[in-house]
Design a protein around this ligand. Sequence first.
Ligand SMILES: Cc1ncc(COP(=O)(O)O)c(C=O)c1O
Length: 349
Amino acid sequence: MVSPRVYEAMRQPIVGHLDPFFFEVVEDVRKLLAYTFSTSNEFNIAISGTGTSGMETAVANFAEPGARFAVLANGYFCDRLADVARRHGSEVVRLEKPWGEVFDDQQAREFILREKPRTVAYVQAETSAGVYQPGNAICEAAHEVDALVIADCVTSLGGMPVMVDETGIDIAYSCTQKGLGCPPGLAPLTVSPRAWERLRARTRPVDSFYMDLRLLDSYYRDHKYHHTASATMFYALREALAIVREEGIENRWQRHRRNHAAFVAGIEALGMRMHVAEGHRLWTLNTPRVPDGVDDVKVRQRLLAEHGIEIAGGLGSLAGKVFRIGLMGYSSTEENVARILDALQRSMK
Ligand SMILES: Cc1ncc(COP(=O)(O)O)c(C=O)c1O
């Protein structure tokens, strides 16, 4: 759900994409993103587009054609990352895990030291499975072989610790419509000084004009026209990030953790099981397993028709096996936990 304050912010008059007021908003977003990503990086921007545009920007700028690109693959969005990298001409190498499991430090390390890639990518919060992948060992090994690390934080930013600097992530991207409680439309992205150096040293032009970070930097920092960014979406993002700041990022994580824990307790009380082992679950996106004999499509249709609640089904190998229930951003409330548990129970009956 979108926060009412964000809706209100979007009613402000729309200024031009080169208006001094627009660039004031951009500067606020830059600073507030540093706080929300837990980073001292100066390069924090919002790409015009949804989460996938953040993914494509990260790949286009930091994976050179022909160079090795390593993906730790344990879900649907890891496969998308590999697909995007292949389309940009990378030589993709993958380490596989069943959806819902995490890579342990040793496995990740051995893979990266063996493959010696130029870029490593992983999904911190895999929405298809509901699993959180820690990144410290991945980043440490990657830096040992002089690789950059891209982390997909689409379903963690604003709801779970992203910790860009502490983890050692070089490029992190996210979306606006999940933990931040905005409409979809922008992809927050942060780049470390180390990654920026790599970009400056790049001899081949980035194979996307729209997503070329050096061109975007000259737009947002030097105010040179590149494309017509949406002032309305920047108002929305600034307001959403201001709310994060007011709540306090740690308090926000704790709110998500508490509501997730209450949800899990309720699910177990209904006799259901979570797909992901305790300690590895997302607090933003819950994946209870569909009980035997229950048709997940019918349950979801009934939830929407009779209770006005939309949840998602499993993707790929988890289709029909899990429900995917988002309790994130503005929607992560005790009241919503109680509502979904009650409605789920009724719909399954
Ligand atoms: C982990 C992850 N990465 C990338 C995306 C793509 O984001 P979008 O659908 O906003 O383009 C999603 C969308 O749900 C996601 O969950």
